[in-house]
Design a protein around this ligand. Sequence first.
Ligand code: NAD
Ligand code: UDP
Length: 310
Amino acid sequence: MRVLLTGAAGFLGSHLAERLLSEGHEVIGVDNLSTGQRRNLEPLFRHPGFFFLEADVSRPLAVEGPLDWVLHFASPASPPRYLRLPIETLLVNAEGTRYLLDLALAKGAQFFLASTSEVYGDPLVHPQPETYWGNVNPIGPRSIYDEGKRYAEALTLAYHRTQGVPVRIARIFNCYGPRMDPKDGRVVSNFVVQALKGEALTVYGDGSQTRSFCYVDDLVEGIRRLMEVDYPYPVNLGNPEEYTVLALAQLVKELTGSSSEIVFQPLPEDDPKKRRPDISLAQRLIGWKPLVPVREGLERTIAHFREVVR
Ligand code: NAD
Ligand code: UDP
């Protein structure tokens, strides 16, 4: 197959590109390097089937030749990064999604949207099934991301319903692993880097808020399976193993053997209090559930960060 993948220099995009290349597909990776890392592209360039296009996908993209799949992963994803790039985040999820759906339509390709558990906002239903409509502050600081993704989902289904574009939508819950940007401010990379450098681990609020953490290999497998079934509606992909942020900080300290202290800092506005995916739909539809326990995934992630953090 010939696949166009946006966000290829990012954390998830680079892992997915590698998986598709290893299966023998041709991958055209597109990225503007706004939050991605050039070093994530290095392993991809080792494959003869990889091509890189440095471009902003919030503008129309000219691509020659046929395409079988258009996979849209480009978007700032860590809260500090999207809060710094509010307009860009809205545009890549609105205009970017529109141009890529147009491209999929023109090429007769299947379209994939990397959506997010953030469409549930600060959820009042726990765990969150796909049927839950969410509790999003539409004008709060996080709205640029949450509403951007909600609009992207609506647009994707509108193209499916009115233009017949085959679409897949994954609602991805907090994912972690090697190639996360050590500086992009997400909780796993922050804690691991802080622990390895002997700096204090920064817990926001009292650390009682929860997240559920999925190792990247499990997520890539879920995405890969979702592309193969005929189901256009959103599907949760995540690991239901739920931790309080404070418990995660303690676990990272234990696994790194770090003597760093834990300090408490102010909780960001509208920070969701709890989050855990109900993955029964994914289990039924694609026979998928995560296989890597958080402890093991963190050990692999720590081993990676030992190499990149000096
Ligand atoms: P990331 O920041 O590592 O990767 C995003 C990539 O998109 C970066 O390489 C960035 O340079 C690129 N990009 C951003 N705007 C662009 C634009 N206008 N044009 C071209 N490229 C652009 O983030 P990630 O964790 O790999 O997330 C990838 C996707 O998955 C995002 O859409 C994100 O919303 C979604 N997602 C991720 C998670 C997670 O836990 N990692 C959870 C839910 C959803
Ligand atoms: N968090 C924290 N310390 C950090 C970074 C994040 O306590 O150094 C908290 C954050 O407030 C949130 C959770 O960890 O409650 C997950 O944050 P992240 O930015 O990774 O993802 P989110 O799920 O909020 O998009």
